[in-house]
Design a protein around this ligand. Structure first.
Ligand SMILES: Cc1ncc(COP(=O)(O)O)c(C=O)c1O
Length: 412
């Protein structure tokens, strides 16, 4: 029976539990989050988010990445609405597909062509298939613990997965040259691709940028073996460098997977590739009923235009630095040791001596009560709509979070 005094979130959870397996599935299940986190959301605007109980948060999850320019960005939404007025899902793509493909090829240094789909998993899976089709080989090298999506070849869970699904996956350690070379040796003459995240962003771990030497080795090994270097940019795309996250190392991939931020929250993913994979990509049969929807593509064109016009990477970098420095100062003042890792616009903050994340959870629950949505273990995201005032609000909430942790754990 529903209790009228229950919150809207609790009532929705109760209803969902009856008609949705587990009430909610996957990584968005709020039962995986610290105490007090809402499951259901009512709206977003800019860098702010409202839950169904009417509470407003300064948001540092950005819809887990897609919110790049701000929720309900007026220019992106206007472009999407203009397209929607003409039609979205038709018998085939519209002009928007060609225009967006041109814009991506123009923006992304390693891209000679692009194909579209809907989710990041579609893109990483297509990259793997294109690499196998182009090389005629089977083995795919994947870094231990890396997330590339939620289908049997790459899901972090083995529930419902058979050993055959993973038969040709060979594991290496991220940023470890010896381990990568050993995995290439294991693949022998059957190496189709090395798949690598733009940086290591495994759940609950310190994040790690690749060394230039590791990035260059991955390129050299692929060249030597005639294999494809695939960079998974699903999480990183358009936040580190619009032209590609490994441009800073002088390393260009053969294939890249994109999604999340590329249409500012509209459902879109893309593979970009080098010329030598073009023919194979044209022969592989991949498609989806909604893959050619023109609304998301119109949103993607506008997102890219704004990202190039407004120097959003510089903005997120500046505010990310301010957040990182502010968090460090406040943690130190509270007598706590934290580790902040990854690029400043995609931070993770973990507490020292916190094996079960109880400090991180308490910090986040307290900050949430003070109106700021952090995550204790996952990559967080800044967006172009965050302001200096949002960072100040975040730091005030963080101060309360650190005080709560210091109170509970300092003398423990
Ligand atoms: C690096 C990376 N690759 C692939 C995916 C899968 O994307 P999607 O959830 O859109 O299928 C994700 C999603 O979080 C991701 O972070």
């Amino acid at each position: 029976m529903s209790d009228a005094s229950q919150s809207n979130d609790a009532l929705l959870r109760e209803r969902a539990a009856k008609v949705v397996p587990g009430g909610m599935w996957g990584h968005l299940n709020a039962t995986n989050l610290p105490k007090g986190y809402p499951q259901f959301f009512a709206k977003g605007e800019g860098a702010w988010l409202w839950d169904v109980n009417g509470r407003r948060y300064v948001d540092f999850m950005c819809a887990w990445g897609p919110n790049l320019l701000g929720y309900r960005h007026p220019e992106v939404d206007a472009a999407a609405a203009r397209q929607n007025a003409k039609g979205d899902c038709l018998n085939g793509p519209g002009e928007a597909m060609v225009e967006l493909a041109e814009a991506l090829v123009d923006t992304i240094a390693a891209a000679d062509w692009t194909q579209f789909m809907k989710n990041g998993t579609d893109a990483t899976t297509s990259c793997v298939t294109f690499a196998r089709a182009a090389t005629g080989k089977r083995k795919i090298l994947v870094a231990r613990g890396a997330y590339h999506g939620a289908v049997p070849w790459c899901s972090p869970s083995l529930v419902g997965v058979t050993s055959e699904d993973r038969a040709h996956i060979v594991v290496y350690e991220f940023n470890d040259a010896e381990s990568l070379a050993a995995a290439v040796a294991v693949a022998g003459d059957d190496l189709a691709a090395i798949l690598v995240s733009a940086f290591r962003h495994d759940f609950g771990k310190d994040q790690e940028l690749p060394s230039r030497a590791f990035a260059q080795l991955a390129r050299q090994l692929c060249d030597a073996k005639g294999a494809a270097l695939i960079i998974d940019e699903v999480r990183t795309g358009l936040r580190l460098d619009l032209s590609g996250s490994w441009e800073q190392f002088g390393v260009r991939p053969d294939l890249s997977a994109w999604s999340k931020a590329i249409a500012n929250g509209y459902s879109l993913a893309a593979v970009t590739g080098a010329d030598w994979l073009r023919e194979a990509a044209s022969k592989v049969f991949v498609t989806g009923s909604f893959w050619f929807g023109a609304v998301a593509m119109a949103a993607g064109i506008e997102t890219l235009k704004i990202a190039r016009r407004d120097d959003i990477v510089e903005h997120m970098d500046r505010l990310g630095r301010k957040l990182r420095e502010g968090l460090n100062d406040r943690a130190l003042k509270a007598g706590l040791q934290v580790r902040q890792t990854g690029p400043v616009q995609m931070p993770v903050m973990l507490f020292d001596d916190d094996p079960d994340c109880s400090k991180g959870n308490l910090f986040c629950s307290t900050a949430l009560e003070a109106g700021v949505f952090f995550h204790p273990k996952h990559t967080m995201f800044l967006c172009a709509a965050h302001t200096d005032a949002d960072i100040e609000a975040a730091l005030q909430a963080a101060e309360r979070g650190f005080a709560a942790v210091a109170n509970q754990f300092q003398d423990a």
